[in-house]
Design a binder for this molecule. Structure first.
Ligand SMILES: Cc1ncc(C[n+]2csc(CCOP(=O)(O)OP(=O)(O)O)c2C)c(N)n1
Length: 332
């Protein structure tokens, strides 16, 4: 298996950047722990797919963007939406199915959209948003802009036709789309080697003549650096890229599979938890002198307060009125 490059270990970590990355990863983690709790209490219905363990990918990649760049994701998108800058209160209200939610309470966990931060969703059909990312890239090119699109998806989308069709068109038409595969090794209960003839996913880039690269998805700085280079290239000459972020989901596929214990061993999960991206980055910050242990405690406390406020906001928001059933469903 190809080795992933680590972020330059000797580079001194900037305190402001370290704080920003850690706050975002902590916010995603705490937000989702709370969402799981709310789900168990029956306050959140429908599906809920947690991103816990994968935070470094959304945060590292999105930190390389400008605010006017775009991001689009699958149904495991709470982290991408938070990293793009959406208000946690409105995300929580959406999970609660309330009127003040990002999709006015009619989308739920899998359908978060936020035009104000250029977050293009939240998509429940595996692979279906890759052509949308190519379309957004085409729109940018057509209008002569220099934005880029980050498209996050799981390894389960790689065998799907949309993955190949989208990479082909993005390469052929030179679209500024960065395809970021979050390889957490399982699509529901199916391990990648049971679904893919080529398990080194970044190598599919070779087929389409675009840049491809694996990266350690548990290392927020490595992801930021790798995606940052690809963003620079895409802005300059509108070249797409395929990045395979090697990561792991600590929880099961969804709340229906809370432990994910049937198709993987307990030992494997425990071993992977030793690579917790938040723990690793916190240690690095302290070692480098970018943050103190007290700073980290303060971040934990303020993030936890922010999540509690999000829950209070969601609880206070009313459900959508029956006459709103058919509004906001299609673009008017
Ligand atoms: C076209 C399609 N087929 C099947 C499903 C059912 N399904 C939901 S999630 C999932 C697994 C996808 O795994 P992956 O893309 O690796 O993402 P992860 O859940 O690991 O984030 C499947 C098969 C679906 N939503 N869409």
């Amino acid at each position: 298996m190809a080795q992933t490059k680590a972020a330059v270990p000797s580079a001194r970590l900037d305190a402001a950047l370290a704080g920003k990355l850690l706050i975002q990863m902590q916010l995603i983690r705490r937000f989702e722990e709370k969402a799981a709790e709310m789900y168990s209490m029956g306050k959140i219905g429908g599906f809920l797919h947690l991103y816990i363990g994968q935070e470094a990918v959304a945060v590292g990649a999105t930190s390389a963007l400008r605010p006017d760049d775009y991001s689009v994701s699958s149904y495991r998108e709470h982290g991408h939406c938070l990293a793009k800058g959406s208000d946690p209160k409105r995300i929580m209200a959406e999970l609660f199915g309330r009127r003040d939610g990002l999709s006015h309470g009619k989308g739920g966990s899998m359908h978060l959209f936020d035009k104000s931060v250029n977050f293009l969703g939240g998509h429940g059909i595996v692979g279906a948003h890759l052509p949308l990312a190519a379309g957004a890239g085409f729109g940018i090119k057509y209008q002569g802009g220099d934005q880029v699109v980050l498209c996050f998806f799981g390894d389960g989308a790689v065998p799907a036709g949309e993955f190949h069709e989208s990479l082909n068109l993005a390469a052929l038409w030179k679209l500024p789309v960065l395809f970021i595969c979050e390889n957490n090794r399982y699509a529901m209960g199916t391990a990648i080697h049971r679904a893919l003839a080529q398990t080194e996913i970044w190598r599919f880039a070779e087929t389409y003549g675009i840049h491809g690269e694996p990266v350690d998805g548990m290392d927020v700085l490595a992801v930021r650096e790798c995606v940052g280079r690809a963003v620079e290239r895409a802005r300059r000459d509108r070249s797409p890229a395929l990045i395979e972020a090697r990561t792991y989901r600590f929880r099961g596929h969804s709340m229906r599979d809370p432990a994910g214990a049937i198709y993987r061993t307990k030992e494997e999960v425990e071993r992977e938890k030793l690579r917790d991206p938040i723990e690793l980055f916190s240690e690095r910050c302290v070692k480098d002198g970018a943050l103190t242990a007290a700073d980290i405690k303060m971040i934990e406390k303020s993030v936890s307060d922010q999540v509690d406020e999000a829950v209070a906001f969601a609880e206070a928001s009313p459900p959508p009125a029956p006459e709103e059933l058919f509004t906001d469903v299609y673009k008017d």
